[in-house]
Design a protein around this ligand. Structure first.
Ligand SMILES: [Mn+2]
Length: 320
């Protein structure tokens, strides 16, 4: 049996299905892509009959558009493809037999990895899959991806992400496919513990440094704490929203090179606030794009016009 799996390139929840595939199937190929690329990736394979050489095709932590779903439904691949995704904006596609978009089961949040894991357990006999090490790992990945780790205070889930960022995709896959074959129980080795500790120290220093750089303003009638930062967006936002709970309604993080993020720890719907600025999101977390032309405005503001003095200065600078 030959398997093809397409999964999300962005995080451990998208990459772990490749590790699980390696544990279960001897013969497989995989392709990783961003959510915005999935339509094109599937269409290209549909149009060129590239799924012919496979017996089964999985799409995990991702889902295509209705348009592509219709095409698959009318194709010979209808019974070959299985989608396992947890992004609820694609829930309406569950009307197609090959799509399974599941956000939550019995009050427990699902992720791409947890859905695929359960599917494999239910449909294939495999000893490694049932090892406590694999079960534990799958749950940590799910806890991190759904952000449930924070409510339940399970720091280990966060550590998986630290390792993912440090190993990179290929090494993460290589390391854990090997680890699960060898180990019945999950653990972090000495090097990993050192790395995790180091990273946590770095993050904490970053949070404290930015805590003291918050600018307090009133915007649209809300008390807001604003900070300029590029790293650890979610951790920084949540940390500041809690730290300044009495002082602000929510936190805005401006990443001047990328985008704007909003975080609240109260009943303030930052998703609705962000809409005014061209963004969207949830109650406690949202984002919006930078206004177009912002970079030009910053550059022009810092480096104002050309004066006689500047021209004299230029010749002085050029000489040295
Ligand atoms: Mn996911």
């Amino acid at each position: 049996m030959k398997v093809f799996i397409i999964s999300h390139i962005g995080d451990a929840d998208g990459i772990t299905p490749i590790i699980l595939t390696d544990l279960v199937f001897d013969d497989y190929d995989y392709y990783l892509c961003e959510a915005c690329e999935i339509d094109q990736v599937v269409l290209e394979r549909l149009n060129n009959n590239l799924f012919d050489e496979y017996d089964k095709v999985f799409i995990t932590d991702l889902c295509f558009s209705e348009e592509v779903a219709k095409k698959i439904n009318n194709s010979k691949y209808k019974n070959k493809i299985t989608v396992l995704d947890h992004h609820i904006n694609k829930q309406s596609l569950n009307k197609y037999s090959f799509v399974n978009v599941i956000d939550e089961v019995n009050g427990i949040k699902e992720s791409g990895t947890s859905l695929y894991y359960r599917y494999l357990c239910n449909n294939y006999v495999n000893e490694i899959l049932l090892k406590p090490s694999v079960q534990y790992f799958v749950n940590l990945v799910r806890l991190y991806d759904t952000w449930e780790w924070e409510r339940l205070n399970i720091e280990e889930a966060c550590n998986i992400n630290i390792l993912f960022e440090n190993y990179g995709i290929d090494n993460f896959i290589k390391y854990y496919t090997n680890f699960f074959r060898k180990n019945n129980n999950f653990y972090f080795n000495q090097n990993e513990l050192f790395l995790i500790d180091n990273e946590n120290k770095k993050v904490n220093a970053y949070l404290e440094e930015h805590r003291d750089k918050v600018i307090f303003r009133e915007i649209d009638g809300f008390r807001v704490g604003i900070v300029f930062a590029e790293l650890y967006r979610s951790k920084l936002g949540n940390y500041l929203a809690k730290y300044y709970e009495d002082k602000v309604d929510f936190i805005i993080i401006i990443n001047a090179g990328k985008s704007i993020s909003y975080r609240s720890s109260k009943d303030v719907n930052v998703g609705l606030f962000a809409q005014k600025y061209g963004g969207n999101g949830h109650i406690h977390a949202a984002g919006s794009p930078l206004p177009s032309g912002l970079h030009d405005i910053i550059i022009d503001y810092i480096f104002k016009g050309d004066t006689n003095e500047d021209r004299e200065n230029r010749s002085r600078i050029l000489k040295h």
